[in-house]
Design a protein around this ligand. Sequence first.
Ligand SMILES: Nc1ncnc2c1ncn2[C@@H]1O[C@H](COP(=O)(O)OP(=O)(O)OP(=O)(O)O)[C@@H](O)[C@H]1O
Ligand SMILES: [Mg+2]
Length: 224
Amino acid sequence: MGKLIIFEGLDGSGKGTQTELACQSLRQKGYDPLKITFPDYESESSALVKMYLSGQFGQKPDDVNAYAASTFYAVDRYASYKTSWGSAYRSNSLIISDRYTTSNAVHQCSKLPPMHWDGFLEWLFDFEYKKLGLPAPDAVIYLAVDPDVSQRLIAERYNGDQTKMDIQEKDTEYLARSRAAAEYCARKLGWKRIECTTVADGVKTIRSVEDIHAEVLAYLESLV
Ligand SMILES: Nc1ncnc2c1ncn2[C@@H]1O[C@H](COP(=O)(O)OP(=O)(O)OP(=O)(O)O)[C@@H](O)[C@H]1O
Ligand SMILES: [Mg+2]
């Protein structure tokens, strides 16, 4: 079997940026990583995720319960595993993924009271890794960004146009709960936590892309 490494983090934490850079650097070092991304928006398999994020099941993330929402993302992963990267994984490839089952852990735990998190996580991993048969990751890199800072990055990306945000991105209270859930998951599940927030001139900000990448790469080299 191959190796599956995940980049995880809250919305706007730099997952896409760091996944791409990690693949580029690993290629320069002679590895041949396959980059995958979830949700797989290019595929029809993400239809239910799109309906959910655009508010067709309700205007708030909490309108779709943790278990129902998790299934939308899980079947999208199943489809891409079957049609795209499953055979590469089984023939020993290195797969680097921007989000995975771990995103259900972060974004769906947050809909439940903390006393139900362990039970939810047990259900989730049994569902995706055992019942659906998706591979469990070998390592998860958690990009920890203060929610205020990631919110600012998202706003900048949309040039302040709130209407472009999905129902999760709009809900700051939900994002704060997701942060608590992410921190819990990182501790409980042994994720590699990379602190991406720093303070410059008394203002909380994100570390530079290159600085975070250097720390990520040092960790990746210990794995591959
Ligand atoms: N370290 C950084 N410093 C400054 N800007 C950054 C940094 N990392 C990413 N960005 C910018 O912040 C925005 C969000 O980054 P990116 O898309 O990589 O995050 P993401 O975690 O994949 O977001 P999403 O959860 O929405 O998919 C982008 O506009 C990106 O260029
Ligand atoms: Mg992204």
